[in-house]
Write a protein that binds this ligand. Structure first.
Ligand code: UDP
Length: 328
């Protein structure tokens, strides 16, 4: 049987495809290439279709014997979601409705879902635990929470079981340097910093320097993309063995400020990486740090690449080899 990975040509999706292939899983990828890159997935069964096109999606389920779905396909930028909420509801929430409906029609009962720390909003306690209140401060987090709730009710109604993985800040790249992070336009901190080191940009803007943190800049919990990929595999194994749904945070439990990330990148790249202080970006909580004890205990997740240096070094390896990103 095959595993369908939606959004498998995106950043986390492509690393997960790679990880699952290394585990000898038979993979089918569906991606509309709105943000993904065909070159990031080297597999036989790739479909350039949109999950909102139910007929096309149904064809994929007919052509392949799908055991379960790893669902990445979504819009995922906090800032963009504030100015284009309709797009987020349409692609994320309606897309999920289409996918779950086609799964239901084909009697596919397992889904691993790409969720986010943004479902929590401004946390009341650090580290954040899965039982803490969810109160998103932007449409991105709101739509991901709506998608989680949709899965909960589909489980009640149709028996579709899910594992929802709430990631904190994905970073790094596959150690081979063959795949990495490339968004157009780029808005994420780490690739932007490395583009400065490459000479593609002149400086990095620091969004907000008056937060109640060690140096006034936002603190985030960075997690290596291959550790995230491994968690998706363990989540699928959990559904296979345990036959029950659950929600897990995925982070390292260590917080790094924007300034600390820039300083570490200066060391790794040996480049001065000029920075400039700017106003806060709307929708950004001051501190996001995960408790991932639940994933460690129940999934047996054991992140391998803890250090920020390692994440930046792997990302740097990819960026140096691909200064323009994937071939456009
Ligand atoms: N950030 C920044 N300058 C940038 C991009 C991001 O200071 O050019 C900050 C942002 O405000 C946040 C952190 O870096 O505090 C991580 O942002 P990113 O967009 O990478 O991930 P997010 O936390 O939104 O998922």
């Amino acid at each position: 049987m095959s595993i369908l990975i939606t959004g498998g040509a995106g950043y986390i999706g492509s690393h997960t495809v790679r990880y699952f292939t290394e585990k000898n899983e038979d993979i089918v990828v569906v991606d509309n290439l709105q943000n993904g890159h065909k070159d990031s997935v080297q597999i036989d069964h790739f479909y350039n279709i949109d999950i909102r096109d139910k007929d096309a999606l149904q064809e994929v389920f007919i052509n392949h014997n799908i055991e379960g779905v790893i669902h990445f396909a979504a819009n995922s930028l906090v800032g963009e979601s504030m100015s284009k909420p309709y797009d987020y509801y349409e692609n994320n929430v309606y897309g999920m409705m289409c996918l779950l409906d086609v799964m239901k029609e084909n009697n596919v009962k397992k889904i691993v879902f790409s969720s986010t720390a943004a479902v929590y909003g401004e946390p009341k306690q650090i580290p954040i635990m899965e039982i803490n209140e969810t109160n998103p401060t932007n449409p991105y987090g709101e739509t991901k929470l709506a998608m989680e709730k949709m899965m909960k009710w589909f489980e009640q109604g149709y028996g579709t079981q899910y594992v929802s993985l709430r990631y904190f800040n994905a970073a790094g790249a596959h150690e081979s340097g063959m795949i990495g992070e490339d968004h157009e336009p780029e808005t994420h901190l780490m690739p932007l910093i490395l583009q400065v080191a490459l000479g593609v940009r002149e400086q990095i803007a620091i969004f907000g320097s008056d937060y109640p943190t060690i140096d006034g800049t936002c603190v985030r919990d960075y997690i290596h993309v291959m550790d995230l990929a491994a968690a998706h595999y363990l989540a699928l194994e959990y559904l296979r063995k345990e036959n029950k749904s659950d929600v897990f945070n995925l982070g390292n439990g260590n917080g790094y400020s924007v300034k600390q990330v820039i300083d570490t990148a200066r060391k790794v790249t040996n480049h001065p990486i000029p920075s400039v202080l700017k106003d806060r970006r709307s929708g950004d909580p001051a501190v996001l740090i995960a408790s991932s004890e639940k994933a460690k205990t129940l999934l047996g997740w054991n992140p391998q690449h803890h250090s920020l240096e390692k994440m930046i070094a792997d990302a740097w390896n990819w960026h140096q080899g691909n200064p323009e990103g994937y071939t456009k």
